[in-house]
Structure formats: C-alpha cells, structure tokens
Design a protein around this ligand. Structure first.
Ligand code: FAD
Ligand code: NAP
Length: 536
C-alpha cells in the first residue's frame, strides 16, 4: 500500500480517520472530482474494528443492516457469515471496500493529526501531523469517531502492577492468551459483556469488577441462512427504507402502541417475542419506553426476571440486576453473558460502594477486597463524542481553540459544524443522532450531506461555509429539550459525558432520527439555512 507524500498544492479536503466514515467520505469526494485524502493514526483501516480486537467483539446491530447501503453492487456482492459479524469479519469487509473502490492510495497510515488551524490569511486549514509535516486543505473533515478515544482512569499504583494490562479499545493484534491465568476485568459495559464469556473460556479464574449493572439482551447469534440472505437481497431497498424510517435507523419492528394501550398478556407476549428474537429490537417494544417511567419499569422488571432465571447464585443474580432506567445507557447485546456467572471459576465483585482503591503489584484492591491476579482488563469505555476531537489542537478563526469553545459542552449546528470554524466538518459529531442509531446509516447521511455541500460551494463559487452562532445555539437548545422530554437524562451514561471525571454533563447525541435527516435536507434545499456562505 503506497503512502502519499506531502503535496505543495492545497488539497480540496483532508479527512481525518479511516473508519467507515472516512472511507466513504474519501470515496464520495473522489467520485465528485475533489482532491481528497485520509490521514489515519492506526496502521490499518477500520477504525472501531481496527482497534477493538478483544475476544468476542462483534456488532450489536444485525450485519445485514450494519453495512454500507450506498452501493447496490457492494450490498449484493458481500456475504456476511453470521447474523452479528465478528470484528475480524468486519475488517475483511473494510479491506474489500477499500479494494472495490480503489481507496488504498488515498490513505496515509501511522500518522496522527496533532493540530488543525484555520489560517485567517489564506482561508485554508493547516493540519500538522505526527510525521512532522503540515498538510494544507480547503476543507477539513473530522471522521475521528465517537468512540475512538479510550477512557483510561488512572488508578493509584497502576504502574506497580507486575502482570499484564489491556484496554479493550486498544487490544493487541496478536491477541492475548489467558490460559492458566487469573484475570480481573474492570467494567461491565458492552465491551466487557462481550469479552467476559470468551475470557472465561480460557482463564483459570476470572473476577469481574462491577460498578453499575447493565441491561443485556441475548443476541441469539447464528450462521446466516442463505435463503434468508437471498430474501433480504431481493428486497434490500425495502429493508433499508424500513430502517431509515425508525429512530435507531435500524429496522427493529417498532411497535406503535403505548404500553398503556395493551393488556398485561399483550405486554408479556410483546416482550417474550422480542427476547426470543434477541438484540436491540427490545427498544421497539413500546412507543413510550423511553418516555413513560411506568412502561420503562415494566421492561426493566422483565429483564431482571430473566437475569434471575439464568443466574443460579441468588446473591450474584441480584447484583447483576440493574436498578437504572432501561435504555438510559446503551443496552448491551450478549452471547452467554449471564450464563458465565454459573461457572465455578467466575466471580462478580461488587465495587458500587467502594470502587477501585488501588492497583497493587499483585492485583487490585476494590470493593473492600484484595483481588490477586495475573492480568487486568480495563473495559472502561471511551471519552465519547468529543474525546477524539479534544485530543487534536483545533483552532478556528483568530486562533480560537475548539476545546475552549466547548469547555461547557459541545456547541454545534446539526452536529456538523461549529461557528468560528469555517470549512471544518464533524461526521457524526455531537448534536447529531450518531451513537443513538445504526451508525453506518448516520455516517452515510452525514457524508452525503457534506459531499452535496462541497459540490454546491464549488458550483456557486463559494470559498467558505460556517455555522451561524444563533443557529447553533438554537440547535443546542433543541437537542437538550428533546433529551429532557425522555428518560435519557436519568443515569450516569457516556451520552452525558458522566463516565469521564470533570467532563461537563450535557446530553451529546440528538434523539431525532429520521426527522433529523429531513431537517438536513430542508437546510440544504434552502441554500444551507443557518450557515453563512462567503465567496472569499
Ligand atoms: P471510527 O471507527 O472510530 O474511526 C475513527 C478513526 O479516526 C480511527 O481509526 C482513529 O484511529 C482515527 N483518528 C482519530 N483521531 C485521529 C487523529 N487525531 N489523527 C489521525 N487519525 C485519528 N455502532 C453501531 O451502530 N453498531 C454496532 O454494533 C457497534 N458496535 C461497536 C462496538 C465497539 C467495540 C465500539 C467501540 C463501537 C461500536 N459502534 C457500533 C460504534 C462505532 O464506533 C461505529 O459504528 C463506527 O464504526 C464508527 O465509524 P467512524 O469511522 O465514524 O469512527
Ligand atoms: P462503557 O459502556 O462506558 O462501559 C465502561 C464500563 O467501565 C462501565 O461498566 C463503567 O462503570 C466502568 N468504569 C468506567 N470507569 C470506571 C472506574 N473508574 N472504576 C470502575 N469502573 C469503571 O464502555 P464500553 O463497554 O466500551 O462501551 C461503550 C460503547 O461502545 C457502548 O455503549 C456501545 O455503544 C459501543 N460498543 C458496542 C459493542 C457491541 O455490542 N457491538 C461492544 C462494545 C462497545 P459505570 O457504568 O459505573 O460507569
């Protein structure tokens, strides 16, 4: 794979990140005749699926829907082997996409963007990279990912640990062999819930340190039946259209009824059917699930009943029963998670009252216990939505730092741009549906919007586009107002930045698909309403 060298002439667009967002962005821009390229920190493409190689890593949205829809040829040619693709299969898909659309020569790997500054004199972005070079581009597109910057709490004594440590989001390519080892996993979010059953298969002893119990629904993963795939492929557009018409941009067979409109028997049947189907369609059980606390409790209690029926040790089952609002943190999708606690060598450690006090040379002191172990897995998640942007020194007009502008929480118009930072775009940025959806659909929607926008600017001789401050303030209020009308504020989720000490508590994604996509279409149709366009 060739590595492009610096070019003297400014690029039309520099794209930061080679995940699903960056790759599709490069494809669209090249296809429209723009001179664009990607700079990627990792040594390969795939973003999330490049970095998260922990055992058990796979999608929580069915692969027939968690895949690009922009190319019929790709959708027809590609065959997923399982209902929920594994991380290695996702990387094979990424390699296929790069080859099919001839993207390889447009990606520079092993290069981190450290600083991006809008040059007031030239009207261009000067982007400083870790190879000591500066790339100049008219447009700078952040495809840096919502969940790509790891959250690695610094526990006292961490450096003293004599064993091995890993973070799920930075898993080594060569894998990790836990055979014969005593392992402590810190965290019980999606990454932990997927990896714990797999680690348990190898480890001699496994301790899971749980601060907050999470809801998890079985995936019921299985090899894909060729007849089922053929049926979907024959009507792929219909499936995509159904998905795009729903709030998760994923066809979850949304029930339009409120729980109050249903009898107890109907409610039970609805939940049983969704549990039997598996995965995130549980979100679609009742139209008021994220709005009415009583409906929410019905679902939460159903989930607790399931946990109690699976986990044999009563005390462990109770600890695993979440007390929080169902869905205010992303619901997990698992394969054998709760069953793992029935294994004699697996123990759940409650650290809800006394957290991780310190790491000692031989283990972890947490929950009032000393846990001796050979290895620690940090499944502690991400500095979500803003983390990867914060780690770049982004300067707009007059040298204003994005970090300073966002000190009290991100301010964006449509999650796409921020006033004072002309020609800087964030794919699935804060203030857009992003992480509340099937993300490939949200990525495609943003990439299409940005490409159309760049074509419009070129056709109209416009040099700069910038969000208007009043438009972004109004949009920010709207994002908060929508979240306020739901139960999403009711727990310490990463949607609110609550998992990172010191991060402002602001609801970052926008709960509003598919109306959001319609709003973007209207904005564009009105000549980019809410944006300032200038010829110089
Ligand atoms: P990413 O895939 O995160 O890619 C961003 C890229 O930018 C990375 O390669 C990173 O190295 C690079 N980058 C960042 N900063 C810099 C810099 N300064 N310089 C250079 N390069 C930089 N979503 C779903 O809808 N369904 C799922 O099932 C699902 N499963 C997930 C599982 C895990 C373990 C995680 C962590 C997330 C999951 N997500 C899921 C969300 C997932 O992040 C998105 O689906 C999607 O892969 C995001 O693609 P992206 O290109 O926007 O970002
Ligand atoms: P996460 O959901 O944020 O979970 C992190 C876990 O670490 C939580 O249990 C958290 O406890 C715990 N933790 C964090 N800091 C801690 C500390 N200082 N002390 C003790 N415990 C601590 O992160 P994640 O599991 O990596 O998932 C993040 C998101 O990525 C998911 O919500 C999902 O969107 C995506 N994802 C999807 C899949 C999939 O199934 N396809 C898999 C992985 C990730 P608290 O809850 O108490 O904060």
């Amino acid at each position: 794979m060739s590595t492009p060298s610096n070019t003297a002439a400014p690029l039309d667009a520099l794209i930061v990140g080679a995940g699903f967002a960056g790759l599709y962005m490069l494809h669209r821009l090249r296809h429209s005749g723009f001179n664009a390229r990607i700079v990627e920190a990792g040594s390969g493409a795939g973003g999330t699926w490049f970095w998260n190689r922990y055992p058990g890593a796979r999608v929580d949205i069915e692969s027939m829907q968690y895949s690009y829809k922009f190319s019929d040829e790709l959708a027809q040619a590609w065959d997923w082997s399982e209902r929920y693709a594994t991380q290695p299969e996702l990387l094979t898909y990424v390699a296929h996409v790069i080859e099919r659309f001839n993207l390889a020569d447009g990606i520079q790997y092993n290069t981190r963007v450290n600083r991006a500054s809008f040059n007031d004199a030239t009207g261009l972005w000067d982007v400083a990279t870790s190879d000591g070079k500066t790339v100049t581009a008219r447009h700078c597109i952040m495809a840096t990912g919502c969940l790509s910057s790891t959250n690695e709490p610094k526990f006292p004594g961490q450096d003293s640990f004599k064993g091995d440590t890993w973070h799920t989001g930075r898993w080594p390519k060569e894998g990790v062999d836990f055979t014969g080892k005593t392992v402590a996993v810190i965290g019980t979010g999606s990454s932990a819930i997927q990896s714990i059953p797999e680690i348990a298969k190898q480890a001699k002893r496994l301790y899971v340190l749980q601060r907050t119990a999470n809801f998890s629904v079985p995936a019921h993963n299985q090899p894909l039946d060729p007849a089922y795939v053929a049926d979907i492929k024959a009507n792929y557009h219909d499936l995509r259209a159904r998905g795009l018409a729903q709030p998760l941009a994923y066809d979850i067979n949304l029930n339009p009824k409120l729980a109050t409109e249903m009898s107890p028997a109907e409610i039970r049947a609805e939940l049983d059917a969704r549990w039997a189907w598996g995965g995130l369609p549980i979100y679609g059980a009742f139209a008021d699930l994220l709005v009415d606390p009583n409906t929410n409790q019905l679902v939460a209690e159903y989930m607790r009943e399931k946990i109690r029926s699976i986990v044999k040790d009563k005390a462990t089952a109770e600890l695993l029963c979440p007390t929080a609002t169902f869905g205010c943190k992303r619901v997990c999708v698992d394969t054998g998670y709760y069953q793992t606690y029935n294994l004699p060598h697996v123990s759940l450690v409650d650290i809800s009252k006394i957290g991780v006090e310190e790491i000692i040379p031989t283990g972890v002191r947490a929950g009032g216990q000393t846990i001796e172990c050979d290895a620690i897995v940090f499944a502690t998640g991400f500095d979500a939505m803003t983390g990867s942007l914060d780690r770049i020194d982004i300067r707009g007009r007059g040298g204003e730092a994005l970090k300073d502008k966002w000190a009290a929480g991100p301010i964006t118009y449509l999650g796409l741009m921020s006033a004072g930072f002309p020609n800087l775009y964030t794919i699935t940025g804060p203030g857009s549906p992003s992480v509340l959806t099937n993300m490939i659909m949200s990525i495609e929607q943003h990439v299409d919007f940005i490409t159309d926008c760049l074509e419009y600017l070129r056709a109209h001789g416009i040099a700069h586009i910038e969000a208007q401050h009043d438009a972004e303030l109004a949009w920010g209020d709207h994002v908060q107002e929508v979240a306020n009308g739901t139960l999403l504020y009711s727990c310490n989720s990463w949607y609110l930045g609550a998992n990172v000490p010191g991060k402002p508590r602001v609801f970052m994604p926008y709960l509003g698909f598919p109306a959001y996509a319609e709003k973007c279409r209207e904005v564009a149709a009105k000549g980019y309403e809410g944006f300032a366009l200038s010829a110089v």
